[in-house]
Design a protein around this ligand. Structure first.
Ligand SMILES: Cc1cc2nc3c(=O)[nH]c(=O)nc-3n(C[C@H](O)[C@H](O)[C@H](O)COP(=O)(O)OP(=O)(O)OC[C@H]3O[C@@H](n4cnc5c(N)ncnc54)[C@H](O)[C@@H]3O)c2cc1C
Length: 326
């Protein structure tokens, strides 16, 4: 395959100078120099080949629910896979497998499972994002991790466009972690194990799902945020902090620091519902506002507890790391 610039444009696969502010949850950030929305593996390969041919950096993203895009945009090709197939197979009376393409929303998948009497993924009810984003971060809600239901995934190699099927071990799931963080592979589809249950159990599971969504809506902001901005601390990071650094939970320190609902930078403010969730509450909000608010939060926690909060949110288009690193 050797498609040049002209061919890609002619085929309508690659677009130029496309805004990203309407493709992420903060609603901030500049344009992508190039953009594609592949609906098939072949178009995904064409997009990656285009990047190779033109020596462009690539960034693959889903619904932008965990993404902060630089105000100056992204000088590369942003790929937003819109592959939506879902395929169910019964392995036994109780055990089913569902193979789902990367562009499907996790909450839509849960609904489709429940319609077929299948359970297992409902702890993630109400969390925004696609399957690609969910596998990337090993989506978590309290003790549930999406990697626990994961069986295998098909990935595409960034430089060669080759396709591989990798099992759960190869995905190296950890807290906020999977093999996708190395950016050599992008997810095409994932297979999850789900359980077939009785109608009564489905009714119970639907009730549980409604309760999870109700709780989430009361605890967390629902718009113009990326969810948790900073990740929890690792054990070795706590050992580097002062004697007040005792919990892994970042929200513990942010709550104590009194930033919730008050600390602001321009159009970005710490949510009044959750101290680790930043929101943009004005239409003139910029990504720089979010960065400077996050830096202020880091400085407060460093001064008080000797710890430097680290990002859970993913960055796109920043030439240098804009926050304090450890
Ligand atoms: C209101 C709110 C609540 C949230 N609550 C939770 C929560 O409870 N638990 C939780 O874990 N998260 C939570 N999040 C964060 C977010 O929902 C998850 O990180 C989600 O998985 C992001 O999916 P996405 O498709 O939007 O990914 P994006 O934000 O588009 O991308 C995130 C990362 O995934 C990578 N990625 C996306 N697709 C692919 C692919 N096909 N191949 C390789 N890499 C890919 C991107 O490169 C990027 O680095 C919340 C966010 C919001 C806005």
């Amino acid at each position: 395959m050797d498609l040049g610039l002209q061919n890609c444009f002619a085929n309508g696969i690659i677009e130029q100078d496309i805004p990203l502010h309407d493709k992420n949850w903060f609603k901030t950030g500049g344009n992508a120099r190039f953009f594609s929305q592949p609906t098939s593996t072949k178009d995904f390969q064409v997009s990656l080949q285009f990047a190779q041919n033109n020596s462009l950096p690539t960034f693959v993203f889903g619904s932008g629910a965990n993404l902060l895009v630089s105000d100056s945009g992204f000088n590369g090709i942003a790929v937003h896979p819109n592959m939506q197939n879902v395929h169910f197979v019964a392995v036994s009376d109780k055990k089913w497998l569902v193979t789902v393409e990367t562009g499907v929303l996790i909450d839509d998948l849960i609904v489709q499972c429940l319609e077929r009497g299948l359970v297992g993924l409902e702890p993630f009810s109400g969390i925004p994002g696609t399957i690609g984003g969910a596998v990337f971060i090993n989506l978590h809600y309290f003790s549930a991790r999406i990697g626990q239901s994961f069986v295998q995934g098909q990935v595409i190699n960034r430089t060669t466009g080759d396709i591989h099927t990798l099992d759960r071990d190869a995905f190296k799931f950890g807290y906020n972690d999977s093999i996708l963080h190395n950016k050599n592979y992008y997810l095409l589809n994932a297979t999850f194990e789900v359980q077939k249950v009785s109608e009564l159990e489905i009714a119970y599971t639907r009730g549980r799902r409604d309760e999870i969504i109700r709780q989430r809506n009361s605890r967390y902001p629902r718009e113009r945020t990326c969810g948790s901005f900073f990740r929890n601390f690792h054990k070795h990071e706590l050992e580097m902090g002062n004697e007040k650094a005792i919990h892994p939970y970042i929200a513990y320190y942010l709550d104590k620091s009194g930033v919730k609902g008050s600390l602001r930078s321009g159009g970005a403010v710490v949510s009044h519902k959750h101290a680790n969730m930043l929101i943009t509450d004005r239409d003139d909000a910029t990504s720089n506002n979010i960065v400077s608010l996050a830096r202020k939060m880091q400085e407060i926690i460093l001064k008080e507890f000797g710890l430097v909060p680290q990002l859970e949110c993913q960055l796109l288009g920043f030439e240098t790391y804009p926050l304090l690193s450890t």
